[in-house]
Structure formats: C-alpha cells, structure tokens
Design a protein around this ligand. Structure first.
Ligand code: NAP
Length: 411
C-alpha cells in the first residue's frame, strides 16, 4: 500500500569535455539557450534542455552526443559540469526508477520538438560527399606533425598578418576532406594552470595533400593581436602557429566535421562565399577542382571573397592567376582607398542573374565561411535574388538545408 513513488528519470544531455573542441557551435545552435560555457567547459543545463537534438548534427566532433539516465533530483548541475575534466560513468538507477520500461523514460519532459530547421544551414552533407573520418586523434592521443612551410600570404605592410602553414604527418595516416578542420594543441598552460584547449582551423588544402600525393595539409591562420572590440589581445594559438619555424613539431587532433563537405558527383557547382581567413575551405575546394580540370567533370565555381583591401586578401596573387573560365571571382573590398566599401552580400546582389541560375540547378552547393556577422547579410542577399526571380525563398531555403546544399562555418 505504501510503495515508494517511482523516482522521475531524466535522460540527461552531457558534453564530453575530453572530445569537445570548444567551437561554440552547440551554444549557437541551441534554440532555447540550454548550453553555456566558461573558460573550461561547454555544458548543458538540465533544467532547460528539452532534448530537441538541434545541437547534435552540427557538432563537428560528436562530443555533444552523450546521455545519462539519471534520477532527475540527482541530475548533474551546470556548476558541477563546468569543473569536469572527463565525463562521469553511468550511475545505477534506484529500483523504482529502473523498473520503468525503457519507453517510459522520458527523453525530454514537457516541451515539444522545435521547428525542423532552426539553423541557417544544413545539418547533413551533400548527398554525394565522400565519407569523412572524424576524431582519429584526440586530446589524449594527439598526432605529432612537422612544420614544412610557414609563410605570410598578405601584404607585408598591412595589419592582417595571415600565414599559410603546411604540416606534414610523415608515415602516419591523417585522412581529410575539403571543408573539414583540425585542432591544434598550443603548448603551455592557461591562466588556471591547465593545458590549453585545442583551437580549430579549417583545412586550406584538398584531400590529396597540400602537395598532391603527399601526407600533408595546410592551414590559413591570422595572427590575433586584438579582440572583436579592437582592444589589444594576444591570440595564444594563432601567435604560436604564425611563429613556427620549419621542422618544429605541432600537436594535432581531429579531423573534425561531417557536414561542411563538398559534393563528389560530376558537374556539381559550388557557390563559395567567404571573408578573410574563411577562405581556407574555399581554397581547398577550388584546388580539388583545379587538379581535375582536365577530366571535364567539373561544374561551375562562383566565388565571393571579402577582405579589407587587395593586399589583405589571403592568396590574392595565386587566386588571380586562375583561368577565368575555371572560376568566376568576385572580390568585395571594404577599405580599398578610392573605392566604395563593399561586402560579399553586395556582390551577390550585383551578380543576381548568375546566382539565380546556379540556385536553380540542384547540382549547386553553397558554402559560407568567415565572420559571424556575414551570415545574416548573405542570407538576406540570397533571399533578395531569389524573390526578384519570382521564387519563394522559404521553400528554396528549406530545400537547400534538407538536401545538404547550404553550409555555414562562421565564427
Ligand atoms: P576581416 O579581415 O576582419 O574581415 C574580412 C572582410 O569581411 C572585411 O572586408 C570586413 O569588412 C568584412 N566584413 C565585416 N563584417 C561583415 C559583415 N557583417 N558581412 C560581410 N562582410 C563583413 O576577417 P578575418 O579577421 O580574416 O576573419 C575571418 C573570420 O573567419 C574569423 O572570424 C575567423 O575566425 C573565421 N574563420 C577562420 C578559419 C580558419 O581556418 N582560419 C576558418 C573558418 C572561419 P570591414 O572593413 O567592415 O571590417
């Protein structure tokens, strides 16, 4: 008669601190602000999370996809999770709770699933993308790479000190695809005396190596000397990388990313929209296409590239040498003397007819990489050119996301 009430069970959502690369994607994606972070960890608030899964597909490492059945009253709180160095093991549930059949365990309590598309871009890769490897090397088992090249790719007299850095993996496997990223573990300790977390950089080279057939890759790294507000700041990892010399050793983890991938089928078109160092994956994809230019299988390449000035645009020289019938290049310069300020979204509008033509082709994928602030502007521009063409943007936008044809990587 006086049997104890069954304890309420929660399927608690947790983030693995050993795999997480602190890229902020989950916090940005969460539609109900259940994810937060400090200088140590990214964590999920059990009082807010409704298990909607919106954050799970975009996570480049899969660190986000961890769950523990817990008695709700004993759920791990935000403060406790922020102090973790690793995930706790599974806890045995009390008999009253464990007696609940699995289907009765509420994955979420009380709240409905969100609208299907809360993110601006797709959470699936293009249908023909090659299968990526992820997390082959982790914080606990990093790979040691050797620096085989490090040189500046912006004008020496400009503020933008951007480096092209080539890392070689020797005999050890490090399989990558264009659009993926790696993590670099900078040496030394942070202000709390802990090893620095990994910093994420997109590959600037294609899958078969910076030098074709070699087991190496390249990164595009801007030396950080000020924060977003313009105050002086010393970027731990960017300064470390930009100062590396040939033959120095670097600790690398990854690769990461399973959605921002290029299509693999013949005659696929790419619209590439980037600012500054966000050009890294566009260089990788362009180089993939350039290396197979003679196959006749390439689709069209349409590039919108934003930088302050020509001399601050990474890879300006090599880019401008590419044949015009291979890639359609549109440069948006925002601080060029004697020229009006222009952003990539202005050029998308100027090239509306070409953009519309490519958007109408289901073989077209769109990639946006660079400053976070460009996201809204680019989406508005794509909407405007679509609407001008008499099409419904919301229908096209949903299709682009559903079919893995619109991808964002912005910070
Ligand atoms: P930046 O030099 O600060 O800016 C590049 C250009 O974008 C400038 O012309 C800038 O114009 C313009 N811009 C500013 N706000 C804009 C907006 N709302 N819409 C469109 N254009 C805008 O760029 P950066 O310092 O190289 O930064 C690139 C970003 O890419 C960083 O956030 C970085 O984290 C990210 N990223 C890097 C990698 C990598 O592997 N290295 C990979 C992915 C993403 P103004 O004259 O107005 O400043």
């Amino acid at each position: 008669m006086n049997a104890p009430l069954p304890a309420e069970v929660l399927k608690q959502h947790l983030i693995d601190p050993e795999i997480c690369i602190r890229c902020n994607t989950c916090e940005e994606t969460c539609p109900i602000k259940a994810i937060t972070h400090d200088s140590n960890n990214y964590v999920v608030d059990p009082d807010i999370c409704n298990g909607c899964m919106a954050c799970v597909p975009p996570c480049p490492t899969g660190a986000i996809d961890n769950w523990r059945l817990m008695v709700r009253a004993e759920a791990y709180g935000v403060q406790e999770q922020l102090g973790w160095e690793e995930l706790p093991g599974e806890k045995a549930l009390p008999e009253t709770a464990a007696a609940l059949p699995a289907d009765d365990v509420p994955a979420v309590t009380g709240l409905a699933a969100p609208a299907p598309f809360s993110a601006p871009g797709a959470t699936v890769p293009p249908w023909s993308a090659a299968h990526p490897y992820v997390n082959l090397y982790t914080h606990k088992t990093p790979m040691t790479a050797t620096v085989v090249g490090n040189y500046r790719v912006t004008g020496a007299d400009t503020e933008s000190d951007i480096h092209h850095i080539v890392l070689d993996f020797g005999e050890l496997p490090f399989p990558v695809l264009e659009g993926q990223s790696i993590g670099i573990l900078p040496p030394g300790l942070d202000a709390q005396g802990r090893p620095h977390h990994a910093r994420q950089y997109s590959l600037a080279s294609p899958r078969d190596g910076e030098r074709a057939g070699y087991n190496n890759l390249s990164l595009t790294v801007k030396r950080v000397t000020e924060d977003h507000a313009g105050a002086a700041a010393h970027g731990v990892c960017s300064n470390y990388l930009c100062d590396l010399a040939k033959n120095d050793k670097v600790q690398v983890i990854g690769p990461f990313g399973h959605t921002f991938l290029m299509p693999n089928h013949p005659r696929a078109n790419l619209i590439m929209i980037c600012t500054g160092t966000g050009s890294a994956p566009m260089r990788a994809m362009t180089e993939r296409y350039r290396r197979r230019i003679d196959t006749g299988e390439n689709g069209r390449l349409l590039l919108f590239f934003g930088a302050r000035t020509e001399r601050e645009l990474p890879y300006f020289g090599p880019l401008m040498k590419l044949p015009r019938d291979f890639i359609d290049i549109n440069l948006a310069l925002s601080r060029e003397t004697g020229q009006p300020k222009r952003y990539v979204q202005d050029l998308i509008r100027e090239r509306a007819a070409s953009v519309r033509e490519l958007l109408a082709d289901r073989n077209t994928c769109i990639y946006v990489c660079g400053l976070k602030g460009m996201e809204v502007g680019v989406l508005d521009a794509l909407r405007d050119v679509t609407v001008q063409g008499g099409q419904d943007w919301s229908i096209l936008h949903d299709a682009l996301r559903r079919e893995g044809r619109l991808h964002f990587e912005t910070y």
